[in-house]
Design a protein. Sequence first.
Length: 126
Amino acid sequence: MDLAAARVHLAEQSRKTFGEEAKVKPGNMGDERWEADPARQAFDVVVHPVFSAGDEASLAGGRTNGWMARLAIGPASVEVDFKAYPEALSAKAKDRLTLTARNATFEINRVDRQGRDRLVWSLVKL
């Protein structure tokens, strides 16, 4: 199997295991606003949302037992297999990530390399 076929195969397997298609748009902070970075190309990638065992908060406040609703207060992040998507290594803070199916856009706040084949992008909802 050549490299291109292997990449297609990995992408298909990734989508089957809870991956979400996304688009990354490189950017910078200009004079107090986001601007596209013309020196870097946008790219498509499959990301895997990470659900941490973060805290929950009562919308009513306090420590009441009768919560009407719960709100997750943990950080949002996604994992990326950079062996399948080598262009993911070019992502950096201030880039924009759009989850295609959800039509939700986030700013990449931090990029961490975890292990030999994955990145973790910490996100901020825009």
